[in-house]
Write a protein that binds this ligand. Structure first.
Ligand code: GLU
Length: 471
């Protein structure tokens, strides 16, 4: 049997953490067994579709490296397939047209609630097709759910689950506007795409018996099901799609690398001994459905920060540079070749938790600085400082071998020449280069910012002071 899993999001919003976890578990399971992972976009409910949602889903999966073997398959491209199966079901009398008006259904619902009964369609049209011959009355198509007995299935996470058929409604397969419904399309696709394992969130547990009844009626193979428990926010509230905290996009914008995000998400409801760090390969080889937790998992932002920090310390320089340059590019910033960003990353990224923090701290490497924003700038605007800066400019421009030793020597020369402290020169250089009074050690900053940018910024600083003194 070839293992086939699928990730089948409805494009009704941004890809969220719960969705990523479903995709990841399904992807891991397929990869572990050399199976196939299908990406299917469930877009038949036109009213709920959100513009840009598919783009966001595809972008997110690509960012995380969750590659699919088939797809994206759009359900909206498969309407003919669903239509044919519905016609077949009507012919076989396992489905029927229901002409009940919204008004009637609403009245029925209210009455049932009042009588403390579970709201459910009363099957009025199930055996009364002959009453409605006129074709201009709107109708939906319903499935004849078995009246009696039970649906049982073995959930790979929760064990045996049983539902009484009396509890289940005659499911709508086709809306009155002619579009097929979620539960119906899922069944047709899981069947036609030979899905062997349906791995998804436990918000779908109630759909499973309905889908199994449909699969049985169609004579289809029943896949295995695994429902992962829900994810809660830190205050133990159920996450909602509206809650921004859980969109993958927001994590990408904060500058979390794929390794950290995947590592964080795999542990939201799955564990292997007390291991916390998993490489992609380890995730694939160690993942199993049995170890998915039955109890809810709770988001822990600090842990995500910790993991990102861990990967900043363990990824190769090449990978870190790749992530950083992509991150910056998405912010419409182009890195020029004048500065040595690789060197900067090599020495300093390890102190940070996110690419965003890092990019803000070192924005002066790739963005213009604003000297007028420096606190107490007037304090540094003296004729003496112009002299010091000119001296530094002159000496640095003659420096050929650009390394920290030589850079320090140049600073030292100005200290001796002007009989001032090292810190006095360092702070001038810091302000001139970065527009800040605090930076990591000045020789590294000069080394990485490069000669061209250094000379340019010293010149700017000189001009700024002159302008200030002449005001
Ligand atoms: N399209 C459904 C959703 O986005 C998932 C369907 C399924 O996994 O069966 O919630």
């Amino acid at each position: 049997m070839k293992i086939t899993t699928r990730f089948s999001p409805s494009p009704t919003g941004f890809l969220h953490i719960g969705g990523v976890r479903t995709a990841l578990y399904s992807w891991l399971f397929a990869r572990k067994y050399g199976g196939s992972f299908i990406l299917r976009i469930e877009d038949t409910d036109i009213q709920r579709i959100k513009k840009d949602s598919v783009t966001d889903i595809l972008f997110g999966l690509k960012y995380l490296g969750l590659s699919w073997d088939k797809g994206p398959i759009y359900q909206s491209d498969r309407l003919k397939i669903y239509q044919d199966i519905i016609l077949f079901m009507l012919k076989k009398k396992i489905a029927y047209k229901c002409y009940c008006s919204q008004k009637r259904l609403e009245k029925l619902r209210k009455k049932q609630i009042l009588n403390k009964k579970k709201p459910k369609y009363d099957k009025k049209c199930r055996n009364a097709l002959f009453i409605f011959k006129k074709s201009n009355i709107p109708y939906v198509i319903r499935f004849k759910n078995p009246d009696k007995g039970f649906v049982t299935f073995k959930d790979m996470v929760r064990g045996n689950i049983r539902f009484s058929n009396e509890e289940l409604d005659d499911l709508i397969l086709q809306r009155s506007n002619g579009t097929p419904t979620y539960n119906f399309c899922v069944v047709v696709d899981d069947w036609k795409m030979n899905i062997t394992h349906v791995i998804r969130g436990d918000d779908h547990i109630n759909n499973t018996p309905r889908q199994i009844n449909l699969l049985n009626a169609l004579g289809a193979e029943i896949p295995m099901y695994a429902h992962a428990s829900m994810i809660l926010d830190p205050s133990r509230k159920k996450l909602s799609k509206r809650n921004n905290v859980m969109s993958l996009k927001s994590y990408i914008e904060e500058g979390f690398v794929p390794e950290a995000i995947l590592n964080y998400i795999v542990r939201l409801g799955w564990s292997y001994k007390d291991k916390e760090i998993f490489s992609r390969e380890e995730m694939i080889s160690l993942f199993n459905l049995k170890s998915i937790s039955k109890s809810p998992s709770i988001l822990n932002y600090k842990k995500l920060l910790w993991l990102n920090h861990y990967y900043f310390n363990h990824l190769s320089l090449k990978e870190k540079y790749k992530y950083f340059s992509t991150y910056i590019k998405d912010k419409k910033i182009i890195l020029d070749s004048k500065s040595d960003i690789r060197g900067l990353i090599k020495d300093f990224l390890c102190h940070y938790n996110t690419l965003k923090e890092f990019s803000i701290s070192y924005s002066y490497f790739y963005e213009d600085i604003n000297l007028s924003k420096v606190d107490n700038m007037h304090f540094y605007c003296s004729a003496m400082n112009v002299k010091i800066l000119k001296f530094l400019h002159q000496n640095f421009s003659l420096l050929n071998v650009w390394n920290t030793k030589n850079i320090l020597e140049e600073i030292q020369k100005s200290v001796l020449y002007f009989k001032i402290f090292f810190q006095d020169v360092a702070i001038l250089l810091r302000i001139g280069i970065s527009g800040k009074k605090n930076t990591p050690n000045i020789s590294s900053i000069i080394l990485y910012i490069g000669k061209d940018k250094l000379l340019f910024r010293i010149n700017n600083f000189i001009e700024y002071i002159k302008y200030y003194l002449n005001k």
